[in-house]
Design a protein around this ligand. Sequence first.
Ligand SMILES: C[S@@+](CC[C@H](N)C(=O)[O-])C[C@H]1O[C@@H](n2cnc3c(N)ncnc32)[C@H](O)[C@@H]1O
Length: 291
Amino acid sequence: MSPLPTNIVRRGDASRSALAVASLRAVHQLLDEPLVLADRIALPLLGPSAEAALRSDPFALNDPLSRGLRAALVARSRFVEDGLSRCVAAGVRQYVVLGAGLDTFAYRNPYHDEELQVFEVDHPGTQRWKQQLLAEAGIDVPPGLTFVAVDFERDDLTHVLQRSGFRADQPACVSWMGVTMYLTVDAVLRTLRAAAGLADGSCLCFDYRVPTAMLDPVERAISDVFEQRVAALGEPWLSSFDPAQLQSQLIALGFRSAESATPEELNERYFARRKDGLRTGGSVRILCANK
Ligand SMILES: C[S@@+](CC[C@H](N)C(=O)[O-])C[C@H]1O[C@@H](n2cnc3c(N)ncnc32)[C@H](O)[C@@H]1O
């Protein structure tokens, strides 16, 4: 078997792609009006010098490719948080953020009265770095938050969650955004199998890359640029999936339904009638599966 390409996260370093996407969410707070994702933690979490640099020149990260990616990032966060709000209204009290990176939901959690428990699941190197950033920024770790260390290439999500106080007999809302592309197909399918064992009433929303051959020439050219950029960061893309096949696989694993949210639907839902023309697109698709 050929070895996996070098991945700095598996080596134990913090994820650089997590910093890159968090910086773009922070730029969204400064440049985009109206906001798709209102996130008062996005800037302070990056630390005083990074926050000051972005505030003084947010346009440094406003080239057309960064703008398109920024739209995709805020749309996916808003999409999962809208889904979470429906889950909480239906009685779900556990939220699991897989590959959390610098996701800030737990520090803005509006569901204190509902006692929503949040589990941030990530590689230990990224998690240590986030905890340092939180401490340096004076952002308290809220009582309902549990950090759970995982290596998706090696660990079984069910066992990892079991050891962390997660109630396997209770439903959960699970998000897994911006992670599967950095994992092997085996690791993605193993984690999906574990998620299929969640209690009835649970839901899982994640995104994944579609094969390059399925993209139009413009999307393919953009995808090639991003592929080179993430490889240069030390986090190469390792997987892609055919949407129809993946949907069937989720049903075969035991999910009751699996529905995709296309870029067109996200544009209609979150970017309609904007004067600044911000729109999402690209080679990544979102799937939500329900138990
Ligand atoms: C691009 S970041 C996305 C972070 C976050 N979901 C967001 O949208 O901001 C990728 C995340 O995947 C995590 N990751 C990559 N490979 C991993 C692995 N083998 N096991 C656990 N986490 C991994 C990284 O630590 C990082 O947090």
